[in-house]
Structures are given as structure tokens and as C-alpha cells.
Write a protein that binds this ligand. Structure first.
Ligand code: KIV
Ligand code: ZN
Length: 516
């Protein structure tokens, strides 16, 4: 059973996908959860891509100390310098540099010859290695590259100092047997292959990313690049939870293992969904709502007699709460703190206080409080960034006519403001009233409402994408009342925008805030 190193690229390839962007605090929070999940390497970002990426990689390198932190760079000295400036703070830094090797990319994108690409790859690896002890080299579009040329580039990259060689299936074109053969052949043909770890990086365009990753592992890959929930460019990347649980559940057949703490899988998945608003489909393997639900009578009967009849792994093994009725209106702080401990959350006194405040509000409206509710409370109720405005009062008048009216009171510090607006339905009216007070005009791009548990009094989670000051912000909130959840989700996005703009020192917003 040899060990497979898990290289998580949720914060780089994952974050690159439409709608998945996170702010600095959210990226740090996700990285801290990845550390709890025990991934070996976190690819924290692409520092040259934006100031935000640079700052996120720097912060993660400073704050997340156990795993290796990798920063991505194209094969140029400018990119590599920027990556190094951000990742040098890490306890175990890695520069990950890449260049395309397929003729399609050379001809149409890079407009370079193979000889030029070879030279650039060697120069980049040598330069990166002069700064950082650990260098990974990727041949972009490797699966559509000429095998002889690929081997030549890999040999040269290893000799120039790369200790990790990545063979990405950039466009998700490979099929498992073919990718397995590619790994076997590259490792056999590259004379220096014994000095490097080979890595797979599979995209999911044909739905084969996980199968391809397993085939690569079977043929010599010892590092697997993947993302939580499989998010990533286009159809996404190979999903970490599926690879890890396949290796764990079918260890006797796959004969490799990872050091992932599988009990942290569900929490990682939920956190990412909560941060990005990208929720997994109910039938998603391992982390979907229905992944462990048994609906058919025959199945339920079998599971009740012995879970092994229809369950190849337990929900507990991936950290899915057992959904038992746990606490009620009269439960105190002590019981709440203890329950959170059982669910894997260590709360300090301040966090207990905040969670308890939110818990009592929910308990007032909801008879039965499930583990899922408590997780929602902790993930939604405790904000990573300080709230500029809080919702104090909300009244909405609507009906079966298009026009609704909302009256809202918002507080900021000791002051508060009351205003009303009409709108196209209760949510639109509420958002307009909020805009009137904050004087920040938002445009709703996307809105989802999901129910956390069963029953009429279930906690609902609202998730919004809002365009504010020409940037896309996410907001979320949970409540037993859907208008309240929707209002607070919108306000959450506004607060994030105000926080970020203040951090960036945007004059215009300072002016707006001063006016308010
Ligand atoms: O898919 C890809 O080729 C990549 C590289 C940058 C590794 O993401
Ligand atoms: Zn990729």
C-alpha cells in the first residue's frame, strides 16, 4: 500500500471556475479547513493573476503551517518572482511552474517551436529552483502532446531541478486506459524519472476525471491533484472526496492510501458550498444529500437488517452528521458547546456566545434542532468578516399583486436607520430598502434558497450573488423565515463589499459611508 500525496487545488483551479470566487478571509478559512482535512499540498493561488490572489497566497503561507503551500506561475521569471514573493512565507513552500507542450497550444497559443518551449521550461525550472527548494513542473495539455517531446521536456525539467512532474489532462480528453499507459510510458522512458514524483491532474469534461486519476495512480502517479466537490474550470477537476473514498473503500483492489482525515470530508464540502454558493447536486457521490439516503422499501428493509446490504461506506466515515434530534429550546450553552465538540467544532467562549444567540433565535421558531441545523448555524451565523450593518427590523407587505412594500431598520454601531421601498415582489422591495439605507446599489445576479432539514419549520438557507461596485459578491444567511434569510444574505454581500472596499481604501465608498 503506497502513499498517495493529495495536492488540493480548490483555491486555484477550483476558484478559477465561474462563480467560485472567494475573498481573502474566505480563502484563509477554506485553507484552514483543508489543513484539518489533512491534505498534503494546498495550491493557494496564482499570484501574478491579481492582487487578490497574491494577498491570499501570502496570507495562507503565513497562517497555514502544516501542509506544503504551492503557488502557480507560468514559465517566466516575472511570474516566478511574484509566486515566490507570496509563497516564501510558507514553512514548506513550493513553486509550481507550467508551460504547454501540445502542438495545438504551441502553434495557436504560444506561437513557439518545440525547441523554444523546451528552453523556456528548463530556464523556468532552474530559476524557480534557485529560489525555492521544491519545484513542480507541469506540461499543460500533456495528454494531447507528442510523447517523445513530452519525455524530452520532463527529462530536462528534472535535470533542471523539478522534483514533482505533473501530467495534466487539461481539457479532460483522456480515457482511463490511455492515461494509465501514458504514465507508465513516461516513467519508463524518462531516464531521470526515479528522481521525481509523478502527479496527475485530471479535468472532468467527459466525466472521467476520477477514473483517470485512479488509472494514473495504478500506473505510477504518487501525487493526485484534485478539488473539494470537484469544482474547477469548465466541468471541474477530479474530486478529492471521490478519489480518497475510492482508495479507502476499495483499498484491497487499488492498493494505495492517502493520509486524508475522511471524517472532515463533509465539513469541507459544506464549507466550500457555503463560501461560494455552488451547491453539489443531491446525487453527488460521497457528499450529495442523497448519497447515503435509502428511499426504496427493499433497500430500507435491508439497511435496517444490516447496513452492509446497501452501504459500502458509512456516513460517519465521511463526517456526515447522523441527523439525530439533539437540542431544543431549553438547552443551555454548555450542552451546545458539548454538541459542537461532538460534531468536531472547538468553540471558544466568544464563538459559543454567538452560536448560542443564533441558536436561541432558531429554537424559538423550530421545535426540533438537528445536527445539520447546528452546522448551518456555525457556518452561517458566525461571520468571518465584521458586519458593517446588521438587520434590526423587517416588515414586508405583499400579496398576489406584483408590487410589494418593505420597511427595514439597519444598525451600524450605535446608530440605526429606518427606510421603506416598493419593489417587484417582497425580496426585491427588501433589497431596495436596504440599498436606500446603505447607499450601495446592488444588482442581484443569482439567488438560491435551500432547506437545511425536513419539515415545515425547517431552517432555510438563502444564497445570493450580487454585483456591487462592478464586482461579484456572495452572501448567505439562514433563518426559519425565507424573507429574513434573503434580506440577511443580501446584507452579508453588501457588508463584504463594504469591508473589501474599505480595505482597498476606495475613496468613493469612504465618501458613501461618511454620508451615511
Ligand atoms: O489543467 C491544467 O493544465 C492546469 C495546469 C496549470 C496544471 O491547471
Ligand atoms: Zn487544471
Amino acid at each position: 500500500m503506497s502513499r498517495i500525496f493529495v495536492f488540493d487545488t480548490t483555491l486555484r483551479d477550483g476558484e478559477q471556475s465561474p462563480g467560485a470566487s472567494m475573498n481573502l478571509e474566505e480563502k484563509v478559512k477554506m485553507a484552514q479547513q483543508l489543513e484539518r482535512l489533512n491534505v498534503d499540498i494546498i495550491e493557494a493561488g496564482f499570484p501574478i493573476a491579481s492582487e487578490g490572489d497574491f494577498e491570499a497566497v501570502t496570507a495562507i503561507a503565513q497562517k497555514v503551517r502544516r501542509p506544503t503551500i504551492a503557488a502557480l506561475a507560468r514559465a517566466t521569471r516575472l511570474d516566478i518572482d511574484r509566486a515566490w514573493q507570496a509563497v516564501c512565507h510558507a514553512r514548506k513552500p513550493r513553486i509550481h511552474t507550467f508551460i504547454a507542450t501540445s502542438d495545438i497550444h504551441l502553434e495557436h497559443k504560444l506561437k513557439k517551436t518545440r525547441a523554444q518551449v523546451l528552453e523556456q521550461a528548463v530556464d523556468a525550472v532552474r530559476y524557480a529552483r534557485s529560489l525555492c527548494e521544491e519545484v513542480e513542473f507541469s506540461a499543460e495539455d500533456a495528454t494531447r502532446s507528442d510523447l517523445d517531446f513530452l519525455c524530452q521536456v520532463f527529462e530536462a525539467a528534472i535535470e533542471a531541478g523539478a522534483s514533482v512532474i505533473n501530467i495534466p489532462d487539461t481539457v479532460g480528453y483522456a480515457i482511463p486506459e490511455e492515461l494509465g499507459t501514458l504514465f507508465r510510458e513516461v516513467i519508463r522512458r524518462v531516464p531521470a524519472s526515479g528522481k521525481a514524483i509523478f502527479s496527475c491532474h485530471c479535468h472532468n469534461d467527459l466525466g472521467l476525471a476520477v477514473a483517470n486519476s485512479l488509472a494514473a495512480i495504478h500506473n505510477g502517479a504518487r501525487q493526485v491533484e484534485c478539488t473539494v466537490n470537484g469544482i474547477g474550470e469548465r466541468a471541474g477537476n477530479a474530486s478529492v472526496e471521490e478519489i480518497v473514498m475510492a482508495l479507502r473503500t476499495r483499498g484491497e483492489a487499488l492498493r494505495h492510501h492517502t493520509e486524508i482525515k475522511t471524517e472532515e470530508i463533509f465539513r469541507s464540502s459544506r464549507l466550500l458550498s457555503n463560501l461560494t454558493g455552488i451547491f453539489v447536486q443531491p446525487n453527488k457521490a460521497i457528499v450529495g444529500k442523497n448519497a447515503f439516503a435509502h428511499e426504496a422499501g427493499i433497500h430500507q428493509d435491508g439497511v435496517l437488517k444490516n447496513a452492509l446490504t446497501y452501504e459500502i461506506m458509512t456516513p460517519q466515515s465521511v463526517g456526515i452528521p447522523s441527523s439525530t434530534l439533539v437540542l431544543g429550546k431549553h438547552s443551555g450553552r454548555h450542552a451546545l458547546k458539548k454538541k459542537y465538540q461532538e460534531l468536531g467544532y472547538e468553540l471558544d467562549a466568544e464563538a459559543v456566545e454567538k452560536a448560542y444567540w443564533f441558536f436561541t433565535k432558531v429554537a424559538d421558531q423550530k421545535k426540533e434542532i438537528y445536527d445539520e441545523d447546528l452546522i448551518t448555524i456555525i457556518q452561517d451565523g458566525i461571520k468571518i468578516i465584521p458586519d458593517t450593518y446588521t438587520l434590526k427590523y423587517l416588515q414586508v407587505i405583499g400579496g398576489n399583486q406584483p408590487i410589494s412594500t418593505a420597511t427595514v431598520r439597519l444598525a451600524r454601531g450605535e446608530e440605526s436607520w429606518l427606510d421603506s421601498a416598493t419593489g417587484d415582489g417582497p425580496i426585491d422591495a427588501t433589497y431596495r430598502a436596504i440599498d436606500r439605507i446603505t447607499r450601495v446599489r446592488g444588482r442581484l445576479l443569482d439567488y438560491t434558497l435551500t432547506s437545511v432539514t425536513r419539515g415545515q419549520d425547517a431552517l432555510g438557507e438563502a444564497f445570493v450573488h450580487v454585483l456591487l461596485n462592478e464586482r461579484n459578491y456572495t452572501g448567505k444567511a439562514a433563518s426559519t423565515d425565507l424573507i429574513d434569510a434573503s434580506a440577511r444574505a443580501y446584507l452579508n454581500a453588501v457588508n463584504k463589499a463594504l469591508h473589501e472596499m474599505r480595505q482597498l481604501g476606495a475613496l468613493e465608498v469612504r465618501a458613501i459611508n461618511e454620508k451615511v
